[in-house]
Design a binder for this molecule. Structure first.
Ligand code: A2P
Length: 334
């Protein structure tokens, strides 16, 4: 089998480091890896795959002469806006974890369990969805296929690691009794109904990302969706309450079976024994966990779900690496 060269942009960040861990675990057919970050980290030595890698500065010529096939980006939206087209113009397929390209019509927005068919529509850039959207659509896709979906109400409980290293450190600072530097208010002992910036319609950008990205990934602009996204004092793992109004009627047991058979999704739903998905159990796992599955008795064909995943793994690094794996297998004609 052919071997590929992969670049990691933002290799020193929260998600970048997880890219390295996931790549070590999954062993893609790779010849050479190249690690990039800002000038601040250039020259830093990072142990990876049993070797020492030196981080290089990301700049306009850093990809030249390296025969890179795929670049995994997680260095923020402004870095992606500038450098993803530079990499793509050199024939590299960029898989971008930022929000920079997600809603561009020419850029596939991919969760491999949900819409792998969109990968080959790329024109040099493939976008990795927002962390909270990824775990939601893994749980919603089987319901969408079996019953149709009319309306979705998202309420999220999101970990501080979703805001990068600075967010993570804000919770540590709070525990030590220090003031926050990343969030507008202390996160320790608090719940902040504000993720990303506020928009004119009163929603936050994070909420609109969930709404728009869900429609794009499921390929259905007619879906009715609303969202409230909230930061909670948890280090790892996003939790979500998802209220869904289905188009067709359902039997609860059958619906649970549909979820249980779906790829990447694990049903943890045994309330007799107090078993339900929790952030502490999802930490460092690649799957999405769903539980508290119950009928919403206030509407026709309504169901409530509680969905939990590791936001840095399935919500970011794992999903990006899975896209790379799928891309390689499509290149290999499999
Ligand atoms: P660096 O560590 O050199 O600042 P996080 O989301 O955890 O804050 O990580 C952000 C990642 O993006 C880090 O690897 C960071 O590198 C990288 N990064 C931030 N700004 C730039 C930039 N202008 N050019 C290249 N990499 C950047």
């Amino acid at each position: 089998m052919k071997k590929y060269n992969i670049a990691i942009v933002g290799a020193t960040g929260m998600v970048g480091r997880k890219f390295l861990q996931v790549l070590e675990e999954r062993q893609l057919p790779v010849d050479k890896y190249y690690l990039f970050a800002s000038a601040r980290s250039a020259g830093k030595v990072v142990p990876f795959m049993g070797k020492n890698y030196t981080v290089e500065e990301l700049n306009e010529t850093c990809f030249d002469g390296k025969n890179i096939h795929i670049a995994l980006f997680s260095a923020g939206a402004s870095v992606s806006k500038k450098y993803a087209p530079i990499a793509a113009a050199k024939g590299i397929v960029v898989i971008d974890n930022s929000s920079a390209w997600r809603m561009e019509p020419d850029v596939p927005l991919v969760v491999p369990e949900v819409n792998p068919q969109d990968i080959m529509k790329h024109k040099g850039i493939i976008a990795n969805p927002n962390c909270s959207t990824i775990q939601a659509v893994v749980a919603l896709k089987p319901l969408y296929d079996h019953y149709g979906i009319k309306r979705i109400v998202y309420s999220t409980y999101q970990a501080v690691s979703g805001a990068g290293l600075d967010g993570y450190m804000d919770l540590e600072r709070g525990i030590r009794g220090e003031n926050p530097q990343k969030f507008p208010y202390p996160i320790f002992g608090n719940v902040i109904p504000h993720i990303d910036v506020f928009l004119e319609n009163g929603y936050t950008k994070e909420e609109m990302k969930m709404i728009e990205e869900t429609k794009k990934i499921l390929g259905d602009s007619s879906l009715k969706i609303t969202a409230t996204t909230v930061r909670v004092p948890v280090f790892h793992g996003h939790s979500e309450s998802i209220n869904v109004e289905l188009k067709k009627s359902f039997e609860l047991e059958e619906l649970k079976n549909v979820l249980a058979k779906s790829p990447g999704l694990i049903v943890v739903d045994d309330t007799d024994n107090n078993r339900y998905p929790m952030a502490i159990d999802a930490e460092d796992k690649d799957d999405v966990f769903v539980g508290r599955i119950r009928r919403d008795e206030s509407v026709e064909n309504g169901v409530n779900l509680w969905v939990v995943a590791d936001n840095i793994r399935k919500g970011a690094a794992t999903n990006t690496v899975q896209i790379a794996e799928k891309l390689i297998s499509l290149w290999e004609g499999r």
